[in-house]
Design a protein around this ligand. Structure first.
Ligand SMILES: Cc1ncc(COP(=O)(O)O)c(C=O)c1O
Length: 323
């Protein structure tokens, strides 16, 4: 079936095999599938950060309520840009009962690229599962799940991949199969198996077309371009006195997602609305649990001129919002 071929395309994008891929309807769907597929007993512990997106953590919190597992958190400050220190804190937070580390690949709050290969290697050295919420990574940066070494990886088709809304991808590595057992795979892994039911074929085929487009261009070229655009944002945002950059400087921790904080008196929501209504520039409101701010997410269809126009609009709209 055409829809089943999409598993192969997703596998090419992520660097794994088709039989390690399950198509889902979102990252949240993939993460909750994961959290409900991992064998855990009462008293077992799962280690998250305190900066996870709700979609990446809701399944663990559900199991905490229902099955008596415990969710522990590694604290991350928004200005944390030291990967070795982050890994040290994960190491210190592992207990005898910790069974899983579940972490975002790219933090939605700051765009920080988490040191997943190091965290996965730490998890493996302690016999833990490492699962990754890659909603803000795939389609933006070059993701190779085998190189990362994680046991499972979840992402969306409708974010950076620009595929149809209602699509997602879950990778479960073959070596994790005895521990992570999605019920949807119980009677076969193919799309529309008797245990998965017939999924949304049109959406799956649309996701395949989106992945094809990225494979044709090549993810390394996509990444190189979006990082160039974000670095242009980064350089200019440093000189705008009303904003505080939260994203890491150019370098290995940077991604295209570039977040800034505003003074408490400025409404991030009003800024977002003004940029959209007056300038047709769409920016995202940051997660207000963590900061009063916004983020830019330049993608392959953007140009340097777009970045400059967005910065000019920001410079013009900020002063009146301060008063
Ligand atoms: C890190 C992260 N995880 C999960 C999600 C939820 O994604 P989805 O809508 O595909 O469930 C988001 C959405 O922005 C996100 O940023």
């Amino acid at each position: 079936m055409e829809a089943d071929k999409v598993r192969g395309k997703a596998a090419s994008l992520l660097g794994c095999d088709a039989d390690e891929i399950l198509l889902t309807s979102s990252t949240t769907d993939a993460m909750t599938t994961l959290s409900n597929s991992i064998q855990l007993r009462e008293g077992d512990r799962v280690l998250l950060t305190d900066k996870e997106h709700e979609g990446g953590e809701v399944g663990w919190l559900y199991r905490e309520r229902r099955d008596g597992i415990h969710v522990d958190r590694v604290r991350l400050r928004l200005e944390d840009h030291d990967p070795e220190d982050v890994v040290r804190r994960f190491r210190a937070a592992i207990t005898r009962r910790t069974k899983v580390i579940s972490v975002s690949h790219v933090l939605a709050s700051t765009g920080l690229r988490m040191p997943i290969a190091e965290i996965a290697s730490l998890a493996r050295s302690r016999g833990l599962m490492c699962v990754v919420d890659g909603a803000q990574a795939v389609g933006e940066i070059d993701v190779d799940v085998k190189a990362l070494g994680c046991h499972a990886y979840a992402t969306s088709g409708h974010k950076w991949l620009m595929g149809p809304k209602g699509t997602g991808i879950l990778y479960v590595s073959r070596d994790a199969a005895p521990i992570i057992e999605p019920v949807r795979w119980d009677l076969g892994k193919h799309f529309g198996s008797d245990s998965a039911g017939l999924g949304p074929i049109t959406l799956a085929v649309g996701l395949g077309a989106a992945i094809d487009a990225f494979l044709r261009v090549g993810m390394s070229r996509v990444e190189e371009r979006v990082l160039r655009l974000r670095n242009r944002f980064y350089a200019a945002l440093q000189d705008i006195p009303q904003v505080k950059l939260l994203s890491p400087p150019p370098g290995p921790l940077a991604t295209a997602l570039i977040a800034f904080e505003l003074p408490p008196a400025v409404s991030a929501e009003r800024l977002q609305q003004r940029l959209e209504q007056r300038h047709k520039i769409v920016i995202k409101l940051s997660d207000q649990r963590f900061s009063n701010g916004n983020r830019f997410s330049p993608h392959v269809f953007n140009t340097e001129a777009d970045v400059d126009r967005a910065l000019a609009a920001l410079r013009g709209e900020l002063p009146p919002l301060m008063s």
